[in-house]
Design a protein around this ligand. Sequence first.
Ligand code: GLN
Ligand code: ZN
Length: 757
Amino acid sequence: MPNIHSLGLPRIGHKRELKFSLENYWRGDSTAQELDTTAQQLRQQRLQLQSNLDWHSVGDFSLYDHVLDTSVMLGNIPTRFEHDGSIPALDNYFRMARGRSTQASAPVSAGEMTKWFDTNYHYIVPEFSADTRFELNADKLLQEIAEARLLGAKPKPVILGPLTYLWLGKARDATDKLALLDVVLPVYEQLMLKLAQEDIEWLQIDEPALVLELTADWQAAYAAAYRRLGKLTPKILLTTYFGQLQDNLELACQLPVDGLHIDALNAFSEIERLPALLPDNKILSLGIINGRNIWKTNLTTTLDWLEPIHQQLQDRLWLAPSCSLLHVPMDLESETGLDHEIKSWLAFALQKLAELELISLALSQGRESVALQLQENKRALDARAASDRVHKTAVKSRCSQISPTMMQRNSHYPVRSQLQRKMLHLPRYPTTTIGSFPQTSEIRLLRKKNRQGELTQADYKKAMQTEIQHCIREQEACGLDVLVHGEAERNDMVEYFAEHLAGYAFTQFGWVQSYGSRCVKPPILYGDVSRPEPITLEWAQYAQSISDKPVKGMLTGPVTMLNWSFVRDDQSRRETCQQLALAIRDEVCDLEQVGINIIQIDEAALREGLPLRTSAWQEYLDWAVQCFKLTANGVTDHTQIHTHMCYSEFNDIIQAIADMDADVITIETSRSNMELLDVFDAFAYPNEIGPGVYDIHSPNTPSVDEIVSLMQKAAQRIPAERLWVNPDCGLKTRHWDEVKPALLNMVKAAKQLRAMT
Ligand code: GLN
Ligand code: ZN
């Protein structure tokens, strides 16, 4: 029977217990002891969930982030954090993670956070410098091993490998990261020694950087590192996931370790070559269940391709999900409100582990031994494939008729901008915001009452109109040029639109960790998408009706909808994105029809969809840009299209951003002090741009002088007549008493700038 195991499990608990416990602790409402009790319970649950597996992952649990845990384990603590033991280790850990431990403690600048490969999970970036030293601190791991042993488990510790760890980190000076390998390896060796003393048989070492484009020196470093570690006990199961290995495939197969895990879903085309490439004493662990989506596995087709491999490898074959189950919600059974039929197509972490058991049984005892379950699985998948809730002829035929002209504006930007200027009469350096205004407790309560049916439609509408009116009056009082309605009706920029589109379903507890205690609940896009009726019209129209200033319509773009949802696995992302584009295009055209002359289509997550390998970027960018244009470009030249992106690194995709051909783009720049505008020295961005002039993530009020000087820097690169003045993102998380002075200063700054030119 093939050994089955998991690479890692969700950490937050069935009902986000970890989140609440952490936040209590940070607020100062609970003790470290209480937090520890919750964490211990969660770890116990995780072991129970793995009880039918052959090996039990330990060490992948984390109070905040496993990359930060690795830094702690390796003793790589940046010098600005205490080293003298004056601060308890737990509090120092939270200071590194989030800049402070409890509310009352002194702030310090936290570690940088960035995306974990192409997932929506964020890790704390390891910091390296000339004085980086490493020193083993295996307490956490050893304690978790002891805990697992007490419960009768067979622990397989999970750690992040030295090369991926170095790869993910950043040098703060000219330090060559790879040169640190020789310094860090002895710490890994000491760790292995300790694990050997604990009688650990298998150690899982994650090296997902092997799916990236590696230069020859990194490839050589892999070989050198594992020549050293592979000699030691415990046995090493080296794991790769999230993609194909391509030119690292042979290297990975030949590393002198005892087992290799490959993501058989993302690297399916490489599976065939494995038996020949792998030395015949090596274990092959195949990731056969998708750890990144929420769909049931097709057990029959999996067995079809897996059986021959099993026959060939026998006991050398292990099975697991493709990657850690960190990226999927915990348990489908919690979803009592979900439509039964859609539910029958889904599998969350627990269900995925059950699928793994079934496949292993079918391999060892024949398909007959699980005939009923296979039948049940097939029935559900056949129903999904044939369902008219998934497949809508009208949507498919509309998609097949997409023509290049639908993606083009009638005229080029210079012509459009003349027409728009005549229509809008905006001053130079026009001022605007990114869309949302403070989400007060009154607003949240209103939405909640509406959701629970405690308000009539008419009452809800009236109350929302009052909120919109307040928001409009405040913007007028600040003297802004282009107003917004404020997005009070939206819980979330993706979920709100998803709720109004056909083809989407929603969970109650489908939370996935994004970073630390922050979780997201991506909506599930299960079917062909369309927009049954207008979504934002009534709010935008109302806002415009009560002001003489232009009101900007506010929509979420197709690429962002795609990247922040669990999407279909039965058609390409590109096709799904096209359907989203057509649905939102309908909203754009309707907004124009009712007299909204400026429409913003947010593409906050465009960058997030970039494939792991840069060689695949262009293909993604091509269709992503086309989908944006399909959404935006059904309008006349007079209508001004805006887009917004919330990140600052776009130097490497600037051409694609220009190709989107939005009339105006607003971006984040304030934190980098406009440095990222350097890209415009070399690249002549053709349209209008609003470089964010203040960081909305901070409660501080930007001064008039600061804003003026930032805009002057911008004006050195982009002609002043194409510059806008705006914050760097939406204001929903701020309070009115922070927003008002900031916007007043922004407007004052714009006036000064106008007077100066
Ligand atoms: N329009 C949205 C807002 O202002 C944009 C949010 C975002 O970019 N993440 O909230
Ligand atoms: Zn933003």
